[in-house]
Design a protein around this ligand. Sequence first.
Ligand code: HQG
Length: 182
Amino acid sequence: MNEKHLIRISKRLARHLRHDPAALGLTLGPDGWVNVETLLGALRTHGLAITREQLDEVVETNNKRRFAFDETGIRIRASQGHSVAVDLGLPNTTPPPVLYHGTVPKFLDAIFHEGLRPMNRHAVHLSATTDTARTVAARRGKPVILRVGAAAMADAGHAFQVSANGVWLTAAVPPGYLTRLP
Ligand code: HQG
């Protein structure tokens, strides 16, 4: 498949597996999984006919590994980024000492006032590297990178999880743990 088609399918999957399964007449399981055959059937009914092999290619080649099959390959889910209610069942995990969050200048006042909040998603998304944080931020404008004192947060009892595709998740980051990088 060409790159453009792969991206188109990935965007469609992200929309339905994270935010709007109902638009395909689907309901996600409580843990976010949906049966692959059911998904392919629903996509076909809604104008996107793809084969299981094409779906496999999207999952394998996706630049952020946004989607994952269960161990049997029968079900698929988004690894993070949901706005619909799901419990991914990720274990609490000790974070590295420092994590990063990429944002844009217009949000800084609010962020330093009330901290990082999940906004429409289930959790605040944090990155292990400044490069990833910069890429996340660049979706919205001029990147500003915030350093998150993750070890200090963990010491204070904040829980962290890491998604199957390596995104660090936490419920919220109070402003005291944030430093703007130059
Ligand atoms: C900002 C993409 C005002 C926050 C990316 C961000 C990531 C606040 C925006 C993943 C705020 C939320 C997540 C506060 C946070 N006041 N603004 N108190 N707290 N914000 O998209 O982290 O390509 O929900 O800085 O690559 O940007 O979709 O989160 O700018 O991995 O797979 O509110 O989404 O992945 O935006 O991105 P988002 P995010 P995918």
